[in-house]
Design a protein around this ligand. Structure first.
Ligand SMILES: NC(=O)c1ccc[n+]([C@@H]2O[C@H](COP(=O)([O-])OP(=O)(O)OC[C@H]3O[C@@H](n4cnc5c(N)ncnc54)[C@H](OP(=O)(O)O)[C@@H]3O)[C@@H](O)[C@H]2O)c1
Length: 293
């Protein structure tokens, strides 16, 4: 690739960056490095890409001309989504069926993320689910499975991505967290708080090396998430709290392009997150029931 490209230029002069999303190379540091991939089609790997937020990331990225690697458990559904996106947007779409709670399948996805031959330019760590019952009503195995998908997979895939991207001096990671990270709501919110702190640290640590990292913290969003838990959307939280997935993702992409460490959707949720910093713990504890009925 290095032979085929003139490296005297810096990003922004000869390169096409429309919908690149990723940060420009640092001109003071000499612009494009030897592994420059500008002008090449970009590839994003999205976990949990068959439904909800992950599916919408895959769709919007495909609409910008990004090639995709799609990860989820249900292989038939993955193949259907891949064919739809390929036909609609004329991009290359690979499928990688994996249960991210399974160490061997997680390692296979990490291997794909780290590939030097077929680089992944953007990792979207999105797959996730919640547990309807409270901590002591769940088996530890269920808690462990949730932790493995929400935390272990995020860290393992980020480890693979950051290594490859920092070496190339270019890349990005979006970790789908939750506004639940800002309130005590059991192990789900603890897992998301981990994702927030990890993402913020990685943003500061690897940003200077050309890797953009952002945590997206959705509020209640209309996806399959609550249906999978048998939760009635209308009964569980007031209407004003529900976000549309298209807007959530397009705003997140804009925040990512601006180089933000966090994307918090809508004025209402920004206000709630600000309030959560001053609201006393016992009051926050009373929010336990929201989104659970
Ligand atoms: N919706 C909300 O209100 C909300 C709010 C805050 C944060 N979030 C976060 O947003 C992310 C996406 O949630 P969503 O609302 O889009 O949920 P969703 O509509 O239920 O979609 C979940 C996706 O994750 C995949 N998935 C689930 N378990 C998996 C596993 N073990 N291994 C691999 N893939 C798995 C599912 O496919 P398969 O079933 O085929 O595996 C599906 O593609 C999650 O991290 C969630 O915590 C959601």
């Amino acid at each position: 690739m290095a032979d085929a490209h003139d490296h005297d230029h810096v990003h922004g002069e000869d390169c096409s960056h429309e919908h690149d999303l990723l940060p420009l190379a640092d001109e003071e540091a000499g612009g494009c490095g030897p592994d420059c991939r500008c002008g090449q089609p970009r590839t994003a790997l999205v976990t949990g890409a068959t439904a909800g937020i992950g599916h919408e990331f895959a769709r919007q990225l495909a609409s910008f001309g990004w090639n995709l690697v799609l990860v989820a458990r249900d292989e038939e559904r993955l193949t259907e989504v891949a064919e739809q996106l390929h036909q609609e947007y004329d991009v290359a779409v690979e499928v990688l069926p994996a249960d991210l709670a399974d160490p061997a399948r997680r390692a296979a996805v990490a291997g794909r993320v780290a590939s030097a031959d077929q680089p992944v330019d953007l990792l979207v760590n999105n797959a996730g689910f919640g547990l309807k019952q409270k901590f002591l009503d769940n088996s530890f195995a269920d808690e462990q499975r949730m932790h493995d998908v929400l935390v272990t997979a995020v860290v393992e895939l980020s480890h693979a991505a950051l290594g490859a991207m920092a070496e190339r001096g270019h890349g990005g990671i979006i970790n789908v967290s939750s506004v639940a990270a800002f309130v005590p709501r059991g192990t789900y919110s603890a897992a998301k708080a981990y994702v927030n702190r990890f993402s913020e640290w990685a943003h500061n640590e690897y940003g200077p090396q050309g890797v953009a990292v952002m945590a997206l913290c959705p509020g209640f969003t209309k996806t399959e998430f609550h249906g999978r838990l048998g939760i009635d959307r209308d009964a569980s939280a007031p209407k004003w709290m529900w976000l549309e997935v298209e807007r959530l993702v397009s705003d997140a992409i804009k925040d990512f392009e601006k180089g933000k460490a966090f994307s918090i959707p809508s004025k209402r949720y920004k206000a709630l997150v600000t309030a959560s910093r001053v609201v006393p713990g016992p009051v926050k504890q009373k929010l336990q029931g929201l989104g659970r009925k």
